[in-house]
Design a protein around this ligand. Structure first.
Ligand code: SF4
Ligand code: SF4
Length: 191
């Protein structure tokens, strides 16, 4: 019958409208910001840079390899690699981004930067309330603004962060075993 779909749609709408007066589950909207939906772990908005420990500069995981910059489809990441190395949170000398900017007015939240990062250094945030009264809060975010702790990452994506933590622990243990083996070889046989 012509228009049957429209009638069925109107019936569903009417059921939800009238039902919402007696059954709260039929309410499909909430009174934001007074009311808030529970946080969804898999939700995402813009990327952030993860750091270990308390110092965002020392603990920054990013080694400025620039893979994310190359792979970002709308090219909204801009990185300048350092010329000197600095010790990371584990004490290993690493290059770091002298500049790391993301133009979030261009970012399309595709998560490709996260997928391609070999160092678990960039993850998706789920913060979305960025409105501000100042016209000087630009949408070009620098590394300081982008940096957030691993504790924050654990809080917003606990399942994913637990897997990443386990993988990094394994990698670090492997690296330490390799280093102690090579220093034992260098030291030579015990007389
Ligand atoms: S989420 Fe996508 S668009 Fe945004 S910075 Fe990452 S790769 Fe680029
Ligand atoms: S965030 Fe990851 S992929 Fe991007 S430059 Fe840093 S280490 Fe490389």
């Amino acid at each position: 019958m012509l228009g049957e779909g429209i009638v069925r749609g109107m019936v569903v709408t009417a059921k939800n409208f009238l039902g919402s007066f007696v059954n709260r589950d039929r309410l499909t909207t909430i009174q934001f910001p007074e009311e808030r939906l529970p946080h969804i772990e898999a939700s995402r908005n813009f990327p952030f840079l993860v750091y270990d420990g308390d110092d965002w500069q020392q603990g920054m995981r990013c080694v400025a390899c620039q893979i994310c910059e190359k792979e970002c489809p709308p090219k909204c990441i801009y990185i300048e690699k350092s010329t000197q190395k600095k010790a990371d949170a584990a004490g290993k000398p690493q290059f770091y981004p002298e500049t790391f900017n993301i133009d979030v007015s261009v970012c399309m939240s595709c998560q490709i930067c996260v997928e391609v990062c070999p160092f678990e250094a960039i993850k998706m945030d789920n913060e979305f309330e960025y409105s501000t009264e100042s016209r000087f809060d630009f949408l070009l975010w620098d590394k300081k603004k982008l940096s957030k702790s691993n504790e924050y990452y654990r809080k917003i994506h606990p399942t994913e962060a637990a897997l990443v933590d386990a993988r990094l622990r394994e990698e670090r243990a492997r690296m330490e075993a390799k280093m102690s083996k090579s220093s034992a070889i260098k030291a030579g046989p015990v007389p």
